[in-house]
Ligand binder design. Structure first.
Ligand code: NAP
Length: 435
């Protein structure tokens, strides 16, 4: 028997579990460990609540989780309840699939002012991640700025702009639904340090901004490159730029909320008297390699809420080599050392779609197959259970999660798929574990 532990139950974790199950079948036992009592990581707390069709992929992970050889071991935190060295003693292979749940820091003056939040916090808030459910972002001002030109910036701007009715059918959590319903924000500026040809926004996601009930998107035509230059773009990007061109034709969208794109604007400081009041940016131009160069021409964008959507990083784990600059683990294509691996965002950084994790999982399963023998005599899950019981850790199983799931579905408002628990103690209670 082979024993495999996967840390993290998001897409990277479950695609790796699926690939290992496919390779080893009955000859391996696979434990998927998560620090939360609920599975699916980014699918539950990262993907936007109004993107339910993307979240449907969790059914595939559920099918893997319900296989006899695969187990979910929730509410177990590495470096608190157990460490990597202990897991390596118990398992033939340990795979780190912890994603990139932390914000890359916005390293400018004033970034610590109240009103400035990272996208991991803000997205975690509206998705009910227990770490961020109490964020309470200020929505009492009229102006917000969203820094970054990726899909997360689009998610954040869209969620800020939607009417309560537009959240019908989503699983946005109650506290965010209620706060957004009384939000005063009417002007949202999406700030990019480079230009329309350098955006990381995909066309489907960008098109959604053009279909909002009370919000209109606007691009300053002066920021758009000459139209003939679009021909050289990769087709997806060309479609996105075509959408920006459409947004530029509507001089002043006749809507209650405006979403303006401010390109060639490098954030340099945040100012305010005790809280954020404005984002100071400096005009940029692009050098011949496409990098943003500051031009010494600053101006202010009013904003009492500033959401920085500039990428994520993986938190380090004790005794695992870590690349601080890249915000991920050091590995040779996922092999940290024989028997220790990283996969998904923890391996490659926060890029790619959910599906990108599938080939990543297969690659890691192949490496495990190359590295480990048939039977090492390690204890695997028996040893883990004994150690966690000795330490008084309250493990949540997949069966327990199904209790939580049923309760979240039962308490959903009309038309919504679920009302999530946002607190670990509540989740454990709903699992039937505590009184
Ligand atoms: P991203 O796509 O890497 O975009 C990050 C943005 O932040 C870039 O525009 C980048 O500009 C900008 N940026 C970085 N550092 C900055 C700084 N110091 N000042 C100003 N701007 C800065 O990251 P993301 O939006 O967090 O998305 C992460 C991944 O999740 C992506 O692969 C994304 O496609 C995916 N995702 C997909 C969906 C979806 O499909 N619906 C939704 C959400 C996320 P530069 O280009 O100039 O560096």
């Amino acid at each position: 028997m082979r024993h495999i532990a996967i840390i993290g139950s998001g897409p990277a974790g479950y695609y790796t579990a699926e690939a290992c199950r496919n390779i080893f079948g009955e000859t391996a036992r696979i434990d998927v460990i998560d620090r939360l009592p609920v599975p699916f990581g980014l699918i539950r707390t990262g993907v936007a609540p109004d993107h339910q069709s993307i979240k449907a992929v969790s059914r595939r992970y559920e099918a893997v989780a319900l296989t006899d050889t695969v187990r979910f071991v929730g509410n177990v935190r590495v470096d608190r309840d157990i460490d990597i060295a202990e897991l390596q003693t118990l398992y033939d292979a340990v795979v780190i699939a912890t994603g990139a749940p932390q914000d890359r820091p916005l390293a400018i003056d004033g970034a610590d002012l109240p009103g400035v939040v990272g996208s991991a916090q803000f997205v975690g808030w509206y998705n009910g991640h227990p770490d961020h459910a109490r964020l309470n972002p200020p929505l009492n001002g009229t102006h917000a700025a969203v820094i970054g030109n990726g899909n997360v910036a689009l998610d954040v701007a869209r969620i800020l702009a939607k009417t309560p009715e537009e959240f019908a059918g989503s699983d946005i959590v109650a506290h965010a639904r209620e706060a957004l319903a009384t939000s005063h924000i009417r002007h949202i500026t999406i700030v990019g340090r480079r230009g329309p040809h350098q955006i990381a926004m995909t066309p489907k996601e960008l098109a959604e901004l053009g279909k909002l009930k009370r919000a209109g998107a606007w691009v300053d035509p002066a920021d758009l490159p000459e139209v003939s230059l679009d021909a050289a773009l990769e087709p997806g990007l060309r479609k996105s730029v075509a959408l920006l061109r459409e947004f530029a034709t509507d001089a002043a969208p006749d809507k209650a909320v405006t979403i303006s794109f401010d390109f060639f604007a490098m954030p340099i400081a945040i100012e305010g008297d005790g809280w954020a009041e404005r984002l100071i940016v400096e005009r940029t131009r692009l050098d011949d390699k496409g990098a943003a160069i500051r031009t010494g021409d600053p101006y202010a964008i009013p904003a009492s809420l500033i959401v920085s959507c500039i990428g994520y990083q993986t938190p380090p784990i004790k005794n695992v080599p870590y690349d601080g600059k890249g915000g991920r683990f050091v590995s040779d294509e996922g092999r940290v050392a024989p028997g220790l691996y990283c996969v998904g965002w923890a391996r490659r950084g926060p890029t790619g779609t959910i599906g990108t994790n599938k080939p990543d999982g297969v690659m890691i399963a192949d490496k495990i197959a190359q590295d480990i023998g048939n039977a090492s005599g390690k204890q695997g899950r028996v040893g883990l259970d004994a150690l966690l019981a000795e330490r008084g850790v309250e493990v949540v199983t997949f069966r327990d999660w199904q209790n939580i799931d049923a309760e979240e579905i039962a308490r959903a408002p009309e038309g919504a798929p679920r009302e999530k628990f946002t607190d670990i103690a509540e989740m454990v209670k709903a699992a039937g574990k505590a009184s």
